[in-house]
Design a protein around this ligand. Structure first.
Ligand code: NAP
Length: 352
């Protein structure tokens, strides 16, 4: 595993020859708690022969996202992955063969590639969400999975469409050293907010304050974290970009100002427990909070708007990112678990 500071490295793995088999991670059993060995099993399938309207792409990088744990367990905003099906995942891939009018050999794409070496882009399948990636010299391939990918888009739409940050407001971000939280917090700084992050451990807290310019960090693993949260938010909290849920969300709600806004982005503390990790709604009532949930895939038609703005901020040094890269498709199950044990800083990616 390696941790990389920023995604501007122009990493170009050598072009590999097409092989005849496709290694895939298939859902074998639905996990309870963290993934157990065998919940996802390695399988080999022959490479499909293409029909008209299809393209074959070689997967280079896989985006490891908390929502994968939900997809493995139950129906949510997408159907659950079926037992025996290739595990759903976003990925970055390069087209190696094409009979699809919109994709040609050599095109780089992001979309729902699945946890496998090769994927088929099918004109008849509108759910793959494949989009071509423009060649931008200062960005690496992996940036299109993180800072300009799902996480950047999530942070952008959550902050710009829902939070609408105003200068001088206090923004509280949970899972603040993760892929989404780290970008949401920086968008708050760009808009003149006082930004406080909650993260697990001193290394993450140091990165978001010294590396990203957050005004304060609260290590929720320290015994007195609730007092530290109060000290870090002397004027209360106006906006909560919520990624965690449960006890953390409840403590944040208690610090919210009247009529505060809650961007309900994720509830990761509940994903391995099977409960939604909610906090008491009493504080929503007492503080007259406006709570709005959102799912980034609803904003896919505005990808260009978000990617252009995020790209500009990154180019001008206003947005920094970091990646944790795990090597090998077979390591993807361990990588998924890392999200729930806090093993990643910034965007978690598997290099296939
Ligand atoms: N609404 C949407 O469309 C959308 C899209 C993408 C992501 N999300 C949500 O955004 C959140 C972050 O996702 P991400 O992809 O950016 O992952 P991430 O933040 O890069 O990684 C997850 C982090 O969550 C923290 N965490 C895990 N379990 C926790 C717990 N029980 N209590 C406190 N912190 C915990 C860990 O950091 P620590 O070491 O700090 O604990 C871990 O590193 C998730 O809830 C995800 O579901 C929502």
């Amino acid at each position: 595993m390696r941790v990389a500071e920023g995604s501007q490295r122009n990493e170009q793995p050598p072009n590999a020859k097409i092989v005849n088999t496709n290694r895939q991670l298939v859902l074998h059993s639905r996990p309870t708690g963290l993934l157990a060995p065998g919940d996802l099993q390695l399988a080999e399938a022959p490479l499909p022969s293409l029909t008209d309207g299809q393209a074959l792409a070689r997967v280079k990088y896989l985006s490891i996202d908390p929502t994968m744990r939900i997809w493995m367990a139950r129906v949510s905003y997408l159907p659950a992955v079926a037992i025996g099906e290739v595990m759903r995942a976003f990925g970055f891939a390069e087209v190696v063969e094409s009979r699809h009018k919109d994709f040609k050999k050599g095109d780089k794409v992001v979309g729902l590639t699945g946890l496998q070496n090769y994927c088929v882009i099918d004109a008849a399948d509108k759910h793959g969400m494949f989009q071509k990636v423009p060649p931008i010299p200062f960005l690496s391939d992996t940036a299109f999975l993180g800072v300009l990918g799902i996480n950047g888009l999530t942070a952008y739409f959550g902050m710009m469409d829902i939070a609408k940050p105003q200068k001088g407001e206090t923004l509280l971000v949970s899972a603040a050293a993760g892929a989404t939280g780290s970008i949401a917090g920086q968008i708050g700084k760009i808009h003149g907010c006082r930004v406080v992050g909650i993260a697990g451990g001193p290394e993450k807290c140091k990165w978001i304050t010294e590396g990203l310019g957050f005004d304060a960090a609260v290590d929720y693993k320290s015994p007195d974290w609730k007092e530290k949260l109060a000290a870090a938010t002397p004027k209360g909290i106006d906006i909560n970009f919520e990624n965690v849920g449960g006890e953390i969300m409840h403590a944040v709600f208690e610090r919210m100002n009247l009529h505060g806004r809650v961007v309900l982005c994720g509830l990761i503390s509940g994903y391995t427990k099977g409960d939604p990790a909610l906090a008491s709604l009493e504080m929503v009532l007492v503080k007259r909070l406006r709570v709005e949930g959102f799912i980034v895939i609803d904003y896919m038609d505005r990808t260009m708007e978000a990617a252009t703005q995020l790209g500009k901020w990154k180019m001008f040094g206003k947005l920094k990112d970091r990646e944790t890269i795990v090597e090998g498709l077979e390591k993807a199950p361990d990588a998924i678990n890392m999200l729930f044990t806090g093993g990643n800083i910034g965007k978690l990616i598997v290099k296939v």
